[in-house]
Design a binder for this molecule. Structure first.
Ligand SMILES: Cc1ncc(COP(=O)(O)O)c(C=O)c1O
Length: 393
């Protein structure tokens, strides 16, 4: 069987490699997850919504629907984007997606030709890097500091990269670092990119999981030229398995997504879009989000507190205001992938950070998840991990 060149460019996921390393091991405390806590899915409410939906809609819930998406859900999202997310838009701007991951694959198909350059934050979401890679993208990374992407570096990269085609960023509680950009950084970023003919993909699956500080404008809200393709998702606030997400972009891009989607999967499942809509019309999403925020805030704060107490002071860590992850930086020269062997032997798992970079060689970083661990596991797990690190530092 001869596969396309694109298939040869797909890279094995570093996350799956860790999952294999811990498979079958009893009693592990895993900080390696990348999932929202299933105990926080609003199961009972979803059941009631499903019952009402089936009663009212019958066979319609199982039929084909429009490629662009289920009408009432599009209306709900248009309203929420305008009134809660501060993004002026109409239905013309929106197209439903089967997960925001589909939006990343579509951005790759729509915008990337062989040899085009994709600019990402350093590090970035490996699922995005892997979505862009098969289309022949080359990558340039721009560092981030505590306030977000470093503007001077971005300006330099843009000025010296005529083939820069797409900039992929996660301004809210980034996967993997948990960092969020400041208002000033968002404004400066838009000022700089507006001088170039580049598409900005603003990936925002974690924005609603802000448990500290104030909500800041999306890049799409600051976009005067229509160059931002915003991706939103219900995966982290409702259910990841329903695969309900959306793009909000210029009418031209939203139309292109719809056309491409028709060739890709015809439509996102009518059943889960409709169920999402029934849930949203019967229950208070914002109240549900607040419940999630309270739990994640406690877990994140406990993790930071334990890190302060048990990790050698040479280890740097982020202190996120939302999202699902925090990021560790061990002293230069240490190899978090090698240390993982010792950690796993001691019953702890994490994700070595190297696979979140579009290039090889950054071996001293770690992604830690705080949404899938209970308080006791955080206390115990961080203490044990601290002992493992102390052997190296
Ligand atoms: C930054 C980022 N973008 C996109 C996704 C994919 O999310 P979805 O479930 O909406 O496809 C994830 C999932 O973890 C993510 O972390």
């Amino acid at each position: 069987m001869t596969f396309s060149v694109r298939m040869s460019r797909i890279k094995a996921s570093g996350i799956r490699a860790v999952q294999k390393r811990i498979a079958g091991k009893e009693g592990m405390i895993s900080f390696a997850a990348g999932l929202p806590d299933p105990e926080l899915y609003p199961l009972e409410d979803l059941r009631k919504a499903a019952d009402t939906m089936l009663e009212k809609e019958g066979a319609k819930a199982f039929a084909y629907g429009l490629t662009k998406g289920y009408g009432p859900l599009l209306d709900f999202l248009t309203d929420r984007m305008n009134n809660r997310e501060g993004v002026e838009c109409t239905k013309e701007n929106i197209c439903m997606l089967s997960g925001s991951q589909q939006g990343l694959g579509m951005a790759a198909m729509m915008f990337i030709d062989e040899g085009d350059v994709v600019i990402t934050e350093n590090p970035s979401y490996l699922g995005a890097i892997n979505a862009f890679r098969p289309y022949g993208a080359e990558f340039k990374g721009v560092d981030t500091d505590d306030d977000g992407i470093v503007i001077e570096d971005l300006e330099k990269v843009l000025a010296e990269t005529p083939k820069a085609k797409l900039i992929y960023v996660i301004p809210n509680f980034q996967n993997p670092t948990g960092k969020a950009w400041s208002l000033e950084r968002r404004e400066k970023f838009m000022e700089v990119v507006s001088k170039y003919d580049v598409v900005v993909v603003e990936d925002n699956p974690y924005g609603d999981l802000r448990f500290k500080g104030e909500q800041l404008p999306h890049l799409r809200a600051l976009d005067k030229k229509g160059q931002v393709m915003y991706l939103g998702s219900f995966s982290k606030i409702l259910s990841p398995g329903m695969r309900v997400a959306w793009a909000c972009a210029s009418p031209e891009v939203a139309k292109a997504i719809e056309e491409l989607k028709e060739t890709n999967d015809l439509q996102s499942p009518e059943l889960t879009q409709m169920l999402t809509y029934y849930y949203l019309s019967m229950f208070d999403l914002e109240e549900h989000i607040r419940e999630i925020q309270v739990v994640y805030k406690e877990r994140c704060e406990l993790m930071v507190e334990m890190i302060k107490e048990h990790f050698p002071p040479e280890i740097k860590y982020t202190d996120p205001e939302g999202g699902m992850f925090l990021w560790l930086e061990l002293p230069e020269g240490l190899d978090s992938d090698k240390i993982l062997d010792d950690a796993v032997a001691a019953g702890i798992a994490y994700i070595p950070g190297e696979s979140f970079f579009s290039f090889e060689g950054v071996t001293n970083t770690i992604r830690m998840n705080f949404t899938m661990v209970k308080d006791e596991q955080i206390r115990e797990g961080i203490r044990i991990l601290g002992d493992v690190f102390k052997k190296y530092i």
